[in-house]
Design a protein around this ligand. Structure first.
Ligand code: G6P
Ligand code: ZN
Length: 544
C-alpha cells in the first residue's frame, strides 16, 4: 500500500456553520483545502479501524473530484468499508438512512444544500455521526480545533475508483462498495407509508401532481419512487437529472426559486399537488391547486394527521420546531396532549430529542420537515406523508389546510430575507436590537404591546448543553411575534432574516394575504430594527 503522508499548514477558515463547512468552489479547490478538513474530521472522529463510512453528494460541481480524494484518504486512514453512492450521488436523507441501517460510524455528504452550484457556485462538506444526524457542536468544534493545528494528512496513491457501476472492490485494504443511491431509502419509505393506497390515488387519473427536482439530487429518488414504484405518469418529475450547476438555477424550494413549479400550480389547468426539493433533497415545498402551504403549517398538518399514516399510527411522542417556525404545531401538540419543543435553527438540535424518544416529528420554517425515521429533514418523505394523508382523506390540499385552520386557528406567517448585505451593518443591526431588548417590554406599537423580548437561549433537555444568542424574539400580548436573526448558511456577506407571525382564531378572517395580515407587524419590525437605515435596503430580496 502506498500511503502518502503529505505535509500541510493549517487554514484559518474551516469552522463549520449551521450545516457543515460551506464555501465557494474556488476556496475548496485551493491546494490541501479539502484534504485538511477531511483529515481534521477523521482525526476528531477517533478510531476508524473496523468501521464503515457512507459517502456521497448532491452531484454539484467538484462532487466527483472530492469523492475520489475522500475515498483515498479514508482508505489511508484505515476505514474498513466505504459505501459510496453510484456516480457519487446520495441525498442527505438517504445518507442518514444508510448510516443507520448499516451502523456506520458516520457519513460524509458533499453538498452546499440549497446554494447554487457550478464552478462559480458553492461546495460543502457535512459530517454526520453514527445516529445518522449532523455532527453536534462538540464534534464540529473538535474538527475546527484540529484544523487549526493540522500539519499533515494521509492519502493513498491509487487510481480513481469507478463510480459508474454497482460493484465492490478494494482500495488498499479498504472495501469500496458502490451502492444503488435509492434502494435502501426506498425500502425505508415503503415501511412508513401506505404505498398501495398512494398508488390507488395516483392511478385514479383524476389526481395529478407535478414534482420539480430543480436539476438536483432528489431527481433520481423521485423518478424511482413516484414514477417507477408508485405509478405516477412519466413526466410527473421534472428537472430530474442532477446537473453540476443545477441548470444555472438556485436549488431552493420556495416561491421565488421554484417559480417554474409555482407557475404550473397557479396556471390554467393546474394540477392538484406540487412539490420541489433543494440541492441535497432534504428540503421540501408543498403546493396544492393554486395554494401554497407554509412549511410551518405543513408541520402542523402532518402532526394533526399522523395517525392516518402507518408509520405513525401509534401516535406521536412529541413534536419539535425551530424557534422562528410558527407556533401552529404548538396548538396541535396542546390539543393532542404531547410536548412541543422549541429549538434553535439547525436540524442538529433535533438529534437529541429524536434519539431520546422525546419527539417524533420535527420541522423548520426553512422548508424542512422530518421524523425519527432518520436524523435529517427529508423532502421526499414529506411529500409521501402528504400523499398518504390525501389518499386517506380524499380531500384537496386546500381543503385539508382550511379545515386545519378552522380547528386550530390560523398562524399567519412570513419570512423576509435581506440577502448579501454587508456584514458590518448586519452585525450593528443585531447588536443594536440586543441592546434594546431590556427596554421593550410593555411598550406599545400601534395595537401591539410587547409581552417579552429576548435573545433566544436553548438548554438541551437531554444533555443540558446551552446554546445562546440564537435570535432576537419580540413577542406581543396577542401571541404575535417578530424574530430577527442572521443566517448561518450564507457564503456572501450576511443575510438578515425577519420572521413575522400573527394568530387568527376567527375562520371569517382566514382569507387574507399573509403580507396584508402581517402589514402592521412588518412596519413595527422596520421601526424597531431600523432595517432600511442600517442596511440601505428598501425591500427584502426574498419573501416566503
Ligand atoms: C439548513 C439547516 C436548517 C436551517 C436552514 C436555515 O438548511 O439544515 O436546519 O433551518 O439551513 O438556516 P439559516 O441559518 O440560513 O437561517
Ligand atoms: Zn438541504
Amino acid at each position: 500500500m502506498n500511503i502518502h503522508k503529505v505535509s500541510t499548514t493549517p487554514l484559518n477558515d474551516q469552522k463549520p456553520g449551521t450545516s457543515g463547512l460551506r464555501k465557494a468552489v474556488r476556496v475548496f479547490q485551493q491546494p490541501h483545502y479539502l484534504e485538511n478538513f477531511i483529515q481534521s474530521t477523521f482525526d476528531s472522529v477517533g478510531d476508524l479501524r473496523g468501521q464503515t463510512l457512507v459517502l456521497g453528494g448532491d452531484g454539484r460541481y467538484y462532487n466527483r473530484q472530492a469523492i475520489q480524494i475522500i475515498l483515498k484518504m479514508a482508505a489511508a486512514n484505515g476505514i474498513e468499508r466505504i459505501k459510496v453512492g453510484q456516480q457519487g450521488i446520495l441525498s442527505t436523507p438517504a445518507t442518514s438512512a444508510i448510516i443507520r441501517k448499516y451502523q456506520a460510524i458516520g457519513g460524509i455528504i458533499l453538498s452546499a444544500s440549497h446554494n447554487p452550484g457550478g464552478p462559480n457556485g458553492d461546495f460543502g462538506v457535512k459530517y454526520n455521526i453514527s445516529n445518522g444526524g449532523p455532527a453536534p457542536e462538540k464534534v464540529t468544534e473538535a474538527i475546527y480545533d484540529r484544523s487549526k493545528v493540522i500539519d499533515n494528512y494521509q492519502i493513498l496513491e491509487a487510481p480513481d475508483v469507478d463510480l459508474e457501476t454497482l460493484s465492490e472492490s478494494h482500495l488498499g485494504e479498504t472495501v469500496v462498495e458502490v451502492i444503488d443511491s435509492v434502494q435502501d431509502y426506498e425500502e425505508l419509505m415503503e415501511s412508513l407509508f401506505d404505498f398501495e393506497r398512494i398508488q390507488q390515488l395516483l392511478a385514479k387519473g383524476n389526481f395529478r401532481f407535478s414534482i420539480d427536482a430543480l436539476h438536483a439530487v432528489a431527481g433520481p429518488y423521485a423518478h424511482a419512487i413516484f414514477e417507477q414504484r408508485l405509478g405516477a405518469p412519466v413526466g410527473t418529475v421534472q428537472n430530474g437529472t442532477p446537473l453540476e450547476d443545477f441548470g444555472g438555477g438556485h436549488p431552493d424550494p420556495n416561491l421565488v426559486y421554484a417559480h417554474e413549479l409555482v407557475d404550473i400550480l397557479y396556471g390554467d389547468d393546474a394540477p392538484d399537488f406540487g412539490a420541489a426539493f433543494d440541492g441535497d433533497g432534504d428540503r421540501n415545498m408543498i403546493l396544492g391547486h393554486k395554494f401554497f402551504v407554509t412549511p410551518s403549517d405543513s408541520l402542523a398538518v402532518l402532526a394533526a394527521n399522523a395517525k392516518l399514516v402507518p408509520g405513525y399510527s401509534e401516535g406521536l411522542a412529541g413534536v419539535a420546531r425551530s424557534m422562528p417556525t410558527s407556533q401552529a404545531v404548538d396548538r396541535v401538540a396542546a390539543q393532542i396532549g404531547i410536548e412541543c419543543y422549541e429549538t434553535p435553527t439547525g436540524w442538529k438540535f433535533f438529534g437529541n430529542l429524536l434519539d431520546a424518544g422525546k419527539a417524533t416529528l420535527c420541522g423548520e420554517e426553512s422548508f424542512g420537515t422530518g421524523s425519527n425515521h432518520i436524523r435529517e429533514k427529508d423532502g421526499l418523505w414529506a411529500v409521501l406523508f402528504w400523499l398518504n394523508i390525501i389518499a386517506v382523506r380524499q380531500q384537496s390540499v386546500e381543503q385539508i389546510v382550511r379545515e386545519h385552520w378552522q380547528t386550530y386557528g390560523r398562524n399567519y406567517y412570513s419570512r423576509h430575507d435581506y440577502e448579501e448585505i454587508e456584514t458590518g451593518p448586519a452585525n450593528t443591526l443585531i447588536e443594536r436590537l440586543r441592546s434594546l431588548l431590556p427596554t421593550l417590554k410593555g411598550k406599545q406599537f400601534g395595537n401591539y404591546e410587547v409581552e417579552y423580548s429576548d435573545d433566544f437561549s436553548y438548554t438541551d433537555p437531554v444533555d443540558g448543553s446551552i446554546s445562546e444568542k440564537q435570535g432576537v424574539r419580540i413577542g406581543f400580548t396577542d401571541g404575535s411575534r417578530i424574530v430577527v436573526r442572521l443566517s448561518g448558511t450564507g457564503t456572501q456577506g450576511a443575510t438578515l432574516r425577519v420572521y413575522l407571525e400573527s394568530y387568527e382564531q376567527d375562520p371569517a378572517k382566514h382569507d387574507l394575504e399573509p403580507q396584508e395580515a402581517l402589514a402592521s407587524l412588518i412596519t413595527i419590525a422596520q421601526e424597531i430594527a431600523q432595517i432600511r437605515e442600517l442596511t440601505g435596503r428598501e425591500q427584502p430580496t426574498v419573501i416566503t
